[in-house]
Ligand binder design. Structure first.
Ligand code: PHE
Length: 561
């Protein structure tokens, strides 16, 4: 319940949890495809610029807003925006509902994809995948296609559904143990294993004779690509996705920090870990291997896309090497650990909403979120071929995250950034223990609270101005180029049809109907917010007199094993 909200057991725990969320399929599959198809080695330039001017500042902002939420015993945006506007603006909580949409939409498909990985890890370990590889690459494509299209069955039940249920239950079990005993512990186990498995693969790849050709393909810069705005947008979008920004995750995780616990350095450490996994592991394994062994060219990479490379090309390529079965198993096990730490991170914000805003017990929260996730996942499982996953990924995983990121940057810079920390402390918006320099504003007082590394003042303009402007430019250019054709469906053939549960529908009609479903979810979420406020809790009038009274200090002092 709200007044004894949990905290992380150790600083390492929260860093690993944030890094665990960030290191996911985006690092090992999405990044290589984005880089190879957007200028190869030259991609790293817009990528690094986006990392420094967008990713790192926004991560700091999100950690800060998250801990600010935690000061007030909340962990998600509706209640936090309400507090940020000093409980004076009725619309603030509804604006905050946008922050919860990405986790809702993403989890509907992420769990299903996570379950493919588990299945393929199983197929690798049992030798099935080696048998398929022996029959050639077409067989591999067919095997994967049949699996995800629910055509591979045992006893009449699609195997994909069995693996989905196992994955779903595993995620929920971890979450039912809570933040410290569930999420933190899972990350402390999974993250080191993931990094070790990743390095094993890197060493294997780098010791292959002739790998220089593959590396050259991945990393040879094509500087002419830098003139194209598309490349800059792809780089910024990748930074957003891979760092789990705008997804409510960092926000929620940071809300379980203690006041006076370092945030600036922890955030940097988590960002660096993710960057390492992305550029070193992600940049070395997939594309160079595919080029070397399967002779893939850029067009083929783009066509195969993220999943084609991960689930068809990689098992095939590994399968042709000595100890192929072992390498396949290492690959899918690494992906599974990356997947589970990301999946739990995207569900926790919804649990926090139930616990902190709706005041449900943990058991009731986990049950509620499980039910919603389960029903939502059915749309991805049965609607994959009809395009539901593309819709969920566009709205939840691409568009809204940038929008939410922009709202967060504006709230930080232009709402908290305009208020004096001294007054915030006096009226209970900031806890009394926060040390402030004279004349400090509320935003940076909250960010630097307990910092081991105080944010150098010279970086403030980057956070206050460069980052929000970068975001606005990104959002507008994305809307005008890729966004509008997708939103208006102008790129869809009017006669195209889709299949769902044996029925045929017009693609355009089906897509609008599915969007209607997503809109209904958005309305229901807002009704839940209205209900939470009516019940009391976040609605309590006046300033928060009782902000969080938590143990203070460096939690490494009471680090549990
Ligand atoms: N950062 C994650 C990745 O790279 C993105 C993500 C997080 C997706 C959580 C889903 C859930 O894969």
């Amino acid at each position: 319940m709200a007044n004894n909200r949990e905290n992380w057991g150790s600083k390492l725990g929260v860093i690993l949890a944030v890094a665990g969320s960030a290191v996911g399929l985006g690092n090992f599959l999405r990044f290589p495809v984005q880089a190879a198809t957007n200028g190869g080695g030259a991609f790293i330039i817009p990528y690094l610029i986006a990392f420094v001017f967008l990713g790192i500042p926004l991560a700091w902002i999100e950690w800060t807003l998250g801990r600010y939420a935690g000061y007030h015993n909340y962990g998600t945006s509706p209640s936090t925006y309400h507090v940020i506007f000093q409980k004076k603006k009725k619309w603030a909580k509804y604006l905050g509902s946008l922050g919860l949409l990405p986790p809702i939409f993403i989890i509907f498909y992420y769990g299903f994809i996570q379950s493919w990985i588990l299945a393929f890890a199983f197929y690798s370990a049992t030798g099935t995948l080696m048998d398929v590889v022996a029959q050639g690459p077409e067989k591999m494509t067919e095997f994967f296609g049949n699996y995800i299209m629910l055509k591979t069955c045992v006893g009449g039940i699609p195997v994909a559904i069995i693996f989905f249920l196992i994955t779903f239950i595993a995620n929920m079990i971890v979450l039912s143990f809570g933040v410290r005993k569930g999420i933190e512990r899972a990350n402390k186990i999974c993250m080191p294993i993931l990094l070790i498995l990743g390095l094993v693969l890197v060493v294997r790849v780098l010791t292959l004779p002739g790998i220089g050709k593959g590396l050259a393909f991945m990393w040879n810069p094509d500087f002419s690509e830098l003139a194209s705005p598309k490349v800059w947008m792809a780089a910024a979008g990748q930074v957003f996705f891979t760092m789990s920004l705008g997804m409510a995750i960092i926000f929620c995780y940071a809300s379980y920090l203690k006041p006076k616990e370092d945030l600036v350095l922890s955030s940097l450490t988590a960002s660096a870990t993710n960057g390492f996994a992305e550029v070193i592991i992600g940049g070395t394994v997939v594309i160079p291997m595919a080029v070397l062994i399967a002779g893939a060219n850029i067009e083929e990479c783009a066509k195969l896309g993220t999943f084609g490379l991960g689930f068809q090309t990689m098992p095939y390529v590994f399968g042709t090497l000595p100890f192929g079965g072992v390498l396949q198993t290492v690959w899918f096990t690494m992906l599974f650990f990356a997947g589970i730490t990301s999946a739990i991170s995207i569900i926790q914000p919804l649990i926090s909403f139930c616990e902190d805003d709706l005041k449900f017990t943990r058991k009731k929260s986990v049950t509620t979120v499980s039910t919603i996730t389960f029903i939502g996942s059915l749309t991805a499982i049965f609607g994959l071929a009809a395009g539901t996953v593309d819709e969920l990924d566009f709205w939840g995983g691409t568009y809204l995250i940038v929008f939410v990121g922009m709202i967060q940057a504006i709230l930080f810079s232009f709402v908290l950034g305009r208020r004096k920390a001294k007054e915030a402390k006096a009226n209970g918006d900031l806890p009394a223990q926060v040390n402030i320099e004279p004349d400090e504003n509320e935003a940076f007082a909250a960010m630097n609270d307990g910092s081991q590394l105080k944010l150098p003042r010279i970086l403030r303009p980057v956070i206050m101005y460069v980052c929000p402007i970068y975001l606005i430019v990104l959002l507008v250019s994305f809307t005008l180029t890729d966004g509008l054709p997708f939103i208006t469906l102008s790129n869809v053939d009017p006669n195209a049809t889709v299949e769902l549960l044996g029925h045929t529908f017009s693609k355009i009609g089906f897509t609008w109907a599915f969007r209607g479903f997503l809109l209904v979810l958005f309305i229901l979420l807002n009704l839940a917010i209205a209900y939470a406020w009516r019940k009391g809790g976040p609605a309590e009038k006046g300033r928060s007199k009782k902000i969080k009274k938590m143990e203070i200090g460096n939690s490494d002092e009471n680090m549990e094993g």
